[in-house]
Design a protein around this ligand. Sequence first.
Ligand code: GTP
Ligand code: MG
Length: 194
Amino acid sequence: MQAQFILSAASAADFPRTGLPEIAMVGRSNVGKSTLINALVKQKIARTSAAPGKTRLANYYHLDSGLYLVDLPGYGYARGGRESVEAFEDLTQAYFDPSTRDERRVAGVLLLIDSRHPDLPQDAAGYAWLLAAQTQIAIIATKIDKLNRSEQAKTLRTLKKNYDSPVLPVSAFKGDGLDDIWKTIRAWINTGPR
Ligand code: GTP
Ligand code: MG
């Protein structure tokens, strides 16, 4: 498969009209979004970092199988002070904005959650927000290689209890779980526009 980075959008005006199904990827900074993109396409097209990035851009990657992966910014503090719930960055909210949604074929969203932290309130808030945006969602439990077998089972139970969507464990490092993510993406694309 051939895949390439196309552009970084800094504002909604920069979102390209790709004309192709788009798979959006969201999650907290450092959760493993860029590493997962590279693992899915088996190429190093996305920049990864051990330090949580300050990136506030939507990065578009074109796959020659006929879709885009869109790496969206994660959470920032909602306006109104430190105690307010973290909300998706404005750019991510704009991406799902119903008034401009016709220009994008959002086939589904991968919500990445660190498998070591299945109970974070900001992830729960992000999920609730995505549910309201009426898109298909899969929870991706990242960095599963950091847990032993029984810890893996426990965290998957917790995620399945917390989230009413498919939960897919993945290790981008080991390559475990990538096939199931591809199956989900293909199913979304084949069910047509949304
Ligand atoms: P931002 O772009 O900053 O929001 O982060 P990101 O979500 O793109 O995370 P990134 O892919 O840059 O990975 C963050 C860190 O997690 C890096 O140190 C990666 O090496 C590590 N990481 C990513 N995937 C895995 C995995 O499957 N297993 C392990 N053990 N570490 C991982
Ligand atoms: Mg990244």
